[in-house]
Design a protein around this ligand. Structure first.
Ligand code: GLU
Length: 444
């Protein structure tokens, strides 16, 4: 790695020794931009990379809410606003008991780069809470969302910071947050995206990350293998907001989704899974093993990681960070996988990522592959600001164009830097180029 960048990384390691996810995201980024910095040594003079690695704001706050027994409960809320150079802060909200500052910092950093790739003017941000929605009643979820939004409002605004859904937060939670925001402020505006289509949400937003992931897969297959999805077999982890629309879109384009997983385990059927049933399992919060009641011959494994031991043409990790490690990467490669595209944020460990690149397994990082969600959020902001609502087909067409332009951008950059297979480098350099110029032009 370039000397200046490796010095910055060492400083960060010393400063944040307890933030492994954040350091991992930064290390991947710095490795990727090293050649660019070598070619443009004047950037070292500006010292802009150092300023890019510090979030503008990293806040945590108390959220007090009342459970069904009338007891007051307390959770921790988080807001990391990483960078506002390109537009208002933008990024999802995550509810999960395992979150912490490191996770929100990595997510907000990745979001900044991802949003830069979309071409829509959006800065990068992320937020959420260690609240666990599992096992909570509907009324408790509503009360928590309202209490959370009352605190989050200090960091939100349509031209300031526009949160959206992420894991553990969907259209229902966003609805409760928007409802309380409006009652307090008397303003019906684009303070949140991923809203319901009846009150300002955009068509295609719930499906956008999954659909975008498949549109990107099509571009990748076309460019490198002159083929499409017909007859291709696919593995998808997670049975949630990204995975299910991705599985639906892939199936509609002629692919066979042969394996899916969630924290309960893995379902595997070489003839292709019944995605409608997986969707029902997701929506009704049923255990994954419920699938066997209708299809008793389906293979079922209780270890979610066993998904990566299955044979398929394409692997789409869509569950959570660091779910696909080096061992899994080696097994996928041995089994002849053609391409791996990240539907979640940083689901692949750094050594597994490097293994894919070194072994010429096509690999698209999440900041490009899963950018469809935030892109349609950006389109939702445009619709809100202009008091319009575009039809499904119009938004879907825009999403297709955005995914194509992201793919072309990262591919051309990777090629220009000598290795079209290194789309991680392509994505990081492409995002960096836009971001650092915007920062310097604005004098910071
Ligand atoms: N949570 C999604 C992401 O990771 C979407 C964010 C948004 O729509 O603002 O990109």
């Amino acid at each position: 790695m370039n000397q200046y960048l490796s010095m910055l990384y060492s400083e960060l390691e010393q400063k944040y020794p307890t933030q492994p996810e954040f350091l991992q995201a930064v290390l991947e980024f710095l490795n990727s931009i090293s050649d660019y910095i070598n070619q443009n040594p004047n950037i070292v003079e500006t010292d802009v990379v150092r300023r890019m690695l510090e979030p503008d704001t990293s806040a945590s706050f108390k959220v007090v809410w009342e459970d069904d027994l009338g007891n007051l409960q307390v959770n921790r809320g988080y807001k990391v606003q990483f960078n506002q150079a390109l537009g208002p802060y933008k990024g999802g909200l995550r509810f999960n008991p395992n979150v912490n500052e490191s996770i929100f910092k990595f997510l907000a950093f990745e979001q900044t780069l991802k949003n830069a790739l979309t071409g829509i003017p959006m800065g990068g941000s992320k937020g959420g809470s260690d609240f666990n929605p599992k096992g909570k009643s509907e009324r408790e979820i509503k009360r928590f969302c309202e209490a959370f939004m009352i605190e989050l409002m200090k960091y939100s605004g349509p031209d300031f910071d526009v949160p959206a859904a992420d894991s553990g937060v969907g259209i229902k939670e966003i609805g409760y947050m928007f409802g309380i925001y409006k009652r307090i402020t008397n303003r019906h505006n684009g303070v949140l995206t991923s809203k319901g289509v009846n009150y300002g949400g955009s068509y295609v937003r719930p499906e956008a990350t999954g659909f975008g992931l498949i549109y990107m897969t099509l571009h990748l297959l076309k460019k490198f293998y002159h083929t499409d999805l017909t007859g291709k077999t696919i593995l998808i982890s997670g049975c949630g907001n990204v995975s299910v629309p991705a599985a639906e879109k892939a199936t509609s384009l002629g692919a066979k989704v042969v394996g899916m997983s969630n924290i309960d385990g893995v379902i595997h059927d070489e003839n292709g899974l019944d995605i409608e049933l997986v969707k029902r399992i997701r929506d009704e919060k049923l255990p994954l093993s419920y699938y066997l009641e209708k299809y008793p011959d389906t293979n079922y494994f209780i270890n979610s990681k066993d998904l990566w031991k299955l044979k398929a043409d394409i692997a789409l990790p869509c569950a959570t960070q660091n779910e696909l490690d080096l061992e899994a990467a080696k097994t996928l490669n041995k089994n002849g996988v053609l391409a791996v595209l990240e539907g979640a944020n940083m689901p692949t460990t750094l050594d597994a990522t490097n293994f894919f690149i070194e072994n010429k397994v096509l690999f698209v990082p999440g900041k490009a592959a899963n950018a469809g969600g935030v892109s349609v959020s950006g389109l939702e902001m445009t619709q809100n600001a202009t008091h319009t609502q575009w039809p499904f087909e119009v938004v879907d067409q825009r999403l297709k164009e955005i995914m194509k332009s992201i793919f072309d951008g990262i591919y051309e950059t990777a090629e220009a830097f000598g290795n079209p297979y290194d789309l991680v480098k392509g994505a990081n350099i492409k995002a960096f180029e836009k971001l650092y110029l915007a920062m310097l032009e604005q004098g910071y």
